[in-house]
Design a protein around this ligand. Structure first.
Ligand code: MG
Length: 382
């Protein structure tokens, strides 16, 4: 490529590679606090960089995905789950000619609102804030984006593009939201593929379930049959890895083929038509263009039901959950009685939002290991 054909202009590049159904940066609704355009980064590249450089993102490294307190270093953290979602979402985004910068931003940000201890932590904070606005990791991600990250002198929060905030708001699945862009739909699908597959992988590694039990689920046994066609008979860890890889590959490929067919069938050629298709003719539907066929969706449901019953609600996981929830709950109560022990920003916000909400903001920001350390320091005298 010569310098005559090379362009560092993101607008030209997007015009060249993005489909008409993608969210183009030039069509962005901008930011709440107006900023000068960057000389060579697109709006969504800036958003992605702001997420990666946030404290909330860094802390994902030491937050639990599912398996709190389990020994070993095989199973996923919230950060490695996030990177796996991003990897799958980028593949889908590129195959569908979507805005990869926006896809990547949404994927990297999708779990930043998770408190320590995974859903166990979320449930504890929701219970403590019952009747006072509750607690939900998706809403918390918005609070982080709009308020809690203080990295710039001109405004609180990260001042992300409106499309990023809009996408995060759709994840709450409540209230009035704009119908999701395809970039949002891709990230939701990638999240589902990642956690279904990788939670199964981690559960086998930790001895909570056996691969043979998973192979009784049709979606999984069909994946195993395809690995046999390709590699011959595999056993043990080799079989497990091949099957789980095939499960991801199959779901991604199915989504790409089916999404492209739906885009063609509905003559989608703009984000406006993506949104209109979601609403449907009645205005109240929820048609996702990036969606599995009913057969695959039913297969995934079987896998999720299995994981729920045999893993997330297993005696082993529930026993650890109870211990960790007690720690978080006791620490919540302690900070409500001693708000002056929180960092200054949380004390200031307590005046505006109330002590319990600000304590929840503080605790939700902690990593699992910081929570352990703080619990020991505050409540165990060590
Ligand atoms: Mg996730």
């Amino acid at each position: 490529m010569t310098s005559a054909t090379f362009s560092s202009d993101w607008k030209s590049r997007e015009a060249l590679v993005l489909a008409p159904w993608a969210m183009h940066g030039v069509d962005s609704a901008g930011r709440v606090h107006e900023e000068m355009p960057h000389p060579f980064r697109s709006p969504y590249q800036r958003d992605r960089d702001r997420i990666v450089h946030s404290a909330a993102f860094r802390r994902l490294a030491h937050k639990t995905q599912v398996f709190t307190g389990y020994p070993g270093d095989y199973h996923r953290s919230r950060l490695t789950h996030t990177l796996e979602v991003t990897s799958i979402a980028r593949t889908l985004g590129r195959a569908l000619a979507l805005n990869e910068d926006l896809v990547e931003t949404l994927a990297l940000a999708h779990d930043i609102g998770h408190p320590p201890l995974g859903h166990a932590g979320e449930d504890t904070l929701a219970q403590r804030l019952h009747g006072a606005g509750g607690f939900n990791h998706n809403s918390q991600a918005l609070r982080i984006m709009e308020l809690l990250e203080t990295r710039y002198p001109q405004f609180p929060g990260l001042n992300l593009s409106r499309e990023v905030l809009e996408s995060q708001a759709t994840r709450q699945r409540s209230g009035q939201c704009l119908p999701p862009l395809l970039e949002t739909q891709v990230v939701d699908a990638a999240d589902s593929i990642a956690y279904d597959t990788h939670d199964a992988d981690d559960a086998i590694e930790l001895g909570l379930v056996a691969l043979e039990e998973l192979l009784e689920i049709p979606l999984v046994s069909e994946a195993a049959a395809r690995t046999r066609d390709r590699y011959g008979t595999l056993v043990g860890v080799e079989l497990r890895r091949a099957v789980l890889h095939e499960l991801v590959e199959f779901q991604v490929a199915e989504l790409v083929v089916k999404s492209l067919a739906t885009l063609a069938a509905l003559s989608i050629d703009s984000t406006a038509k993506v949104r209109a298709a979601f609403l449907g003719s009645s205005g109240s539907g929820s048609l996702r263009i990036v969606a599995h066929s009913p057969t695959v969706a039913a297969g995934k449901k079987q896998l999720e039901t299995f994981l729920f019953q045999r893993v997330y609600r297993s005696d082993q996981v529930l026993a650890v959950r109870q211990i960790t929830q007690e720690k978080l709950g006791r620490l919540f109560d302690w900070y409500c009685l001693h708000p002056v022990e929180m960092p200054a920003g949380y004390q200031h916000r307590a005046a505006q939002f109330g002590v319990p909400r600000s304590v929840a903001d503080y605790l939700a920001g902690m990593s699992d290991r910081y929570l352990d350390w703080d619990y020991q320091r505050r409540l165990c005298g060590s």
